[in-house]
Write a protein of this length. Structure first.
Length: 166
């Protein structure tokens, strides 16, 4: 792509797997994540012609994926009238774990599930997707300071919920 602007197909090929992994972590199961990923790329397809030159394309895709996931989570919460059900065994980190580690993973999943949506998204983008705070801010819409604060608050809340002292 020397000097040429990437197409949406190029972006999808380059980022689909990492967006899908992010959505699995954010939504807690691969079925919902697959649906959200498909919806996110459909939304990206519709918005792509209006995209400004110089936009951080990776952060733009994460923003669309985050909004899609949050909408899906809200819809699922309304339908179930309770907390989101996270299936820790569907998470990539669950492969080949002992029973004790699976129990710990379930406790972490429950605590993460209780986080406010923006904190949870910021935490996943930072800790699992490796995004910089500027990219998190672009993905979630806000400042770098807000991104930093959301990650900090999420970690603090998780530590408190799990009885871990800093």
């Amino acid at each position: 792509m020397s000097g040429q602007a990437p197409t949406l197909a190029d972006l999808a090929a380059r980022h689909r797997q990492e967006i899908l992994a992010y959505l699995v972590r954010l939504l807690g199961n691969s079925h919902d994540a697959q649906d959200a990923c498909q919806d996110a790329f459909l939304r990206a397809h519709r918005a792509f012609p209006r995209l400004r030159h110089g936009t951080n394309l990776r952060a733009w895709l994460y923003r669309i994926a985050t909004n899609t996931a949050l909408n899906a989570a809200r819809g699922r919460a309304r339908r179930s009238a309770g907390a989101l059900d996270v299936d820790p065994d569907a998470l990539p980190a669950a492969a080949d774990l002992s029973a004790e580690r699976r129990a710990t993973l379930r406790a972490v999943a429950r605590a993460a599930n209780a986080l406010p949506p923006r904190q949870r998204a910021a935490l996943v983008l930072r800790q699992f997707q490796g995004l910089a705070y500027a990219e998190i801010a672009a993905s979630l819409g806000g400042s770098e300071e807000a991104a930093r604060a959301n990650v900090y608050q999420a970690i603090r809340t998780l530590r408190r919920a799990l009885g871990v002292t800093p």
